[in-house]
Write a protein that binds this ligand. Structure first.
Ligand SMILES: [Zn+2]
Length: 261
């Protein structure tokens, strides 16, 4: 499932390849993916415009047109979406036996030069929407400040893992990134968030940001050091202790009971 690093790679692909290209047509005929818009509504809004910026907060992505004078196109990768620009693809989140098929193209923008920007999504849970609202999201997990992190994450009785996955607290952390960051920071996912010290919260922020940078560079959250060990009987890649497995914050969670306190 795409988390912040996958969406950032998709955003960067759009920024590198799709900006400055005039839009001559839009296929928005999948009215489920473009809800609440009617088929043709996004096409009418975007045709004749030019994409001028690609932005992201957490897992939300939005593209401005005509330097902000035109409508904004929101794209969400959902559970399995990828972004395709011409022949390049981004947003892939794990090695998969399935080659993403053009049959899964749910929304596409055609440029005047003949190229395309496509939302390719087997599960059809991604979205394309005009003028998306992002004001409910917390600050982006990749650049949240130390003070904001302490204040927003370090409160309440919810387990620490649930707290950092709450998109209104900080935006962009999903299940795998949460496990990786907590393991790097040597903090238990079950710790009540409000009981963490400032020093522990600072450590978590530093390690979360390091995990995000690494995942962006290496190709996605599946490249994390812990991720390959998240299997029954898996062992901590640092100390060899068998990992615990439980449901925390509604999600399957693995952690090292020796090091993560
Ligand atoms: Zn360990």
């Amino acid at each position: 499932m795409p988390e912040l690093p996958e969406v950032e790679r998709a955003r960067a692909l759009i920024e590198q390849r799709a900006l400055g290209r005039a839009i001559v047509d839009v296929d928005d005929t999948d009215a489920y993916v473009t809800r609440p818009h009617q088929a043709g509504e996004i096409a009418a809004a975007l045709t004749g415009r030019t994409l001028t910026s690609a932005n992201r907060r957490g897992k939300a992505m939005w593209l401005e047109t005509d330097d902000g004078d035109g409508p904004t196109l929101g794209l969400h990768l959902g559970m399995a979406g990828r972004i395709v620009v011409d022949d390049d693809i981004a947003g892939d989140y794990a090695p998969s036996n399935e080659v993403p098929s053009p049959r899964w193209d749910r929304f596409s923008v055609q440029f005047a030069d003949g190229g395309h920007l496509i939302l390719r999504d087997k599960r059809r849970l991604g979205r394309a929407i005009l003028d998306p609202r992002i004001d409910r999201l917390g600050p982006d997990a990749a650049d949240v400040s130390r003070d904001a992190f302490r204040e927003r994450v370090g409160q309440g009785g919810a387990p620490l893992k649930a707290r950092i996955m709450d998109q209104t607290v900080i935006a962009g952390v999903g299940n795998l990134l949460a496990d990786e960051a907590l393991w790097r920071a040597r903090l238990s996912p079950q710790r009540p968030a409000g009981e963490c010290s400032d020093e522990e919260l600072d450590r978590l922020r530093v390690q979360l940001r390091a995990a995000i940078r690494s995942a962006i560079a290496l190709g996605g959250v599946h490249t994390g050091e812990l991720i390959g060990h998240r299997v029954r009987g898996g062992r901590c890649p640092r100390c060899g202790t068998e990992l615990l497995r439980a449901t925390v914050g509604g999600r399957t969670t693995y952690w090292c009971p020796r090091e993560q306190r």
